[in-house]
Design a protein around this ligand. Sequence first.
Ligand code: ADP
Length: 265
Amino acid sequence: LRTSFSVIQKETGFVNGVIAVLHDNTEQEKIDVERREFVANVSHELRTPLTTMRSYLEALADGAWEDPNLAPNFLNVTQTETERMIRLVNDLLKLSKMDAAETELNKEMVEFGRFFNRIIDRFEMSKSQKVRFERYLPKEQYFVEIDPDKLTQVIDNIVSNALKYSPEGGKVRFDMTVEDGFLLIRISDQGMGIPKENVDRIFDRFYRVDRARSRAMGGTGLGLAISKEMINTHGGAIWAESEFGKGTSIFFTLPFEEDDGGEWE
Ligand code: ADP
């Protein structure tokens, strides 16, 4: 319930009365507001690359196409922007599928340590030499029933953010432990961090601490929102801890099955 007051005052300063308005913010109203915000955000996110493309295409049509120095560069910009829009629309489709509970999980029993190690290996191969990786994974085996593609997307997302925001010579640390009957995964970086008041908002759709910076790095602002949906549908939770200027840790949990010593490949 929200209340607003208006004071009715004469020019002499004499107060005639007060009007109190009570706003009943029902759940439906909240959903409507969120939906309107979402549509406004999507429109904005699409309009930005479209207007950029329009001006570059106009310049090309106006004669830049004949300039061998300008043309390749201008075409490159329109290509990058097109790719961003495709990523954005793909991310939106993923989210709307999840909203409609249409996402089917292709679950498999997976030994999580091995699965996690493989993803880290892949990043280790292609990452810049300037960032170090440290792994703290248990020797024991932990079996989880997950959709490997979806979980790969989640981890890819978190690790690419960690790398994006890592300073030169920084360290990205991977932890896997057991906490209250759940596997607890933690991916930490020594990057710029996130101001305390914004930490929980990074899982919101389109929320970015620094919009320009995220855009410049090709981000859509939807990665962590998708990750959150995916972890939730797996029965886990995801959250972040961060110290501004020092670094960020992203945590997520997954229900697991105790290794019973049985035969697994
Ligand atoms: P995107 O990376 O496409 O902008 P995400 O949903 O992946 O979108 O992340 C949302 C925002 O959260 C980012 O724009 C950034 O501001 C912040 N963020 C995410 N991970 C980190 C990190 N490791 N360090 C600092 N900021 C981060």
